[in-house]
Design a protein around this ligand. Structure first.
Ligand code: ATP
Ligand code: FE2
Length: 335
């Protein structure tokens, strides 16, 4: 059985084709790039509409399958930006009705976890999902991926991106802002104290962002040292919450995913806490950690095997669809 998955929650339009035994046959990602560096939802949606046909076609060519071979169409139904989600959903509905196959609406956050598990052959991890729009520590318990901790304001990736912009870091084509911060940080030596904000199991990054920008404006410190300190604080906060979730759940795997997961310093910190708790550290290669269609296609298969499909009448997008609202019956092998 083959599933075609469409991902369009934010600035990427991606199509993946995955088989029911977990082989990824295609995973084509086309990123929208804005001139300002931020995302304008309607412009991103226009990009998605413009490239959709071409990306779908490329996915078929890469996978070596024809539209007739596809058994289900999966799409990311939320959470995300309305115009972007709607563009992907429209393409998915059109394909499903044209091919006369079932449609499966997938939660984007669930999909990040499932593809990470598939790639690492992980069974039951604590997951730290860190990206431009999300910061979530979760683990499976009683039928769902429960949220142990999350951001109370902005996502850590967004925090890094805004900081990079405000700091005027020199951007390079093809490098995300967080990567540029990482490069500066690797040359930093001196730790400067910045606000560390963990409330219970939740995190707050806006105070850190403001303080770091103010620090730069003071002009007393080297840019490299501010980047270094900024990363140390932000990632220690993430590591603390992940470690507490791990200690509480006593799981034996830790999965790190999302765009920010590419950061070597963050990987090092999470690897350390995993080792301290005798848990296996599971890293996700970039093409499957960023927003991608393969994760949607794969989660579509898992859902479909549990008889979860989405009739067209219920295929409206859900902008604020939380991870812990979704039943994931396949996790305990019920289907
Ligand atoms: P989502 O819809 O999941 O929130 P997104 O499109 O906002 O997705 P991703 O594509 O998963 O996010 O990740 C982008 C984020 O990852 C950006 O904030 C970017 O700066 C950050 N990032 C990428 N590489 C690195 C790195 N090496 N270090 C830190 N952050 C990074
Ligand atoms: Fe994502």
């Amino acid at each position: 059985m083959y599933s075609l998955g469409i991902e369009s929650t934010a600035d990427d339009f991606s199509v993946g084709i995955v088989s029911s035994d977990g082989e990824v046959l295609a995973n084509i990602i086309d990123a929208y790039k804005s001139e300002s560096g931020g995302i304008h939802p309607r412009e991103a949606a226009r990009h998605h509409a413009d490239v959709a046909g071409k990306v779908i076609q490329r996915a078929f060519i890469e996978a070596g399958v024809t539209p007739k071979d596809i058994d289900i169409i999966a799409f990311s139904q939320g959470p995300g930006l309305g115009p972007c989600l709607r563009t992907g959903a429209t393409a998915a509905r059109a394909l499903a009705s044209y091919l006369n196959v079932p449609l499966v609406g997938v939660n984007h956050c669930v999909a990040h976890i499932e593809i990470g598990k598939l790639i690492n052959r992980a069974e039951d991890p604590v997951t730290l999902y860190v990206s431009g729009g999300n910061t979530i520590v979760s683990a499976f318990e009683a039928g769902r991926y429960r949220i142990f901790g999350e951001t109370l304001d902005i996502a850590v990736g967004n925090c890094l991106d805004v900081f990079a912009r405000e700091a005027g870091l020199k951007m390079e084509e093809g490098k995300p802002p967080g990567r540029i911060v990482e490069e500066y940080a690797s040359r930093g030596e001196r730790y400067i104290s910045l606000p560390y904000l963990v409330k219970g199991m939740d995190l707050s990054f806006s105070g850190l962002l403001t303080a770091a920008i103010n620090l730069l404006r003071e002009g007393r410190y080297k840019l490299e040292d501010v980047c270094f300190s900024f990363q140390e604080v932000a990632f220690s906060m993430l590591a603390e919450v992940t470690e507490r979730a791990l200690a509480h759940t006593e799981k034996t795997e830790v999965l790190l995913t999302g765009g920010v997961a590419a950061n070597k310093r963050l990987q090092e910190m999470i690897r350390l806490i995993a080792e301290e708790h005798n848990a296996r550290f599971c890293k996700v290669p970039k093409e499957y950690a960023l927003d991608n269609g393969a994760m949607i296609a794969w989660t579509g298969i898992l859902s479909y095997k549990c008889n979860i499909t989405t009739p067209i009448s219920k295929s409206y997008v859900k902008l604020k669809w939380r991870l812990d609202e979704v039943d994931v019956p396949w996790v305990e092998g019920e289907c």
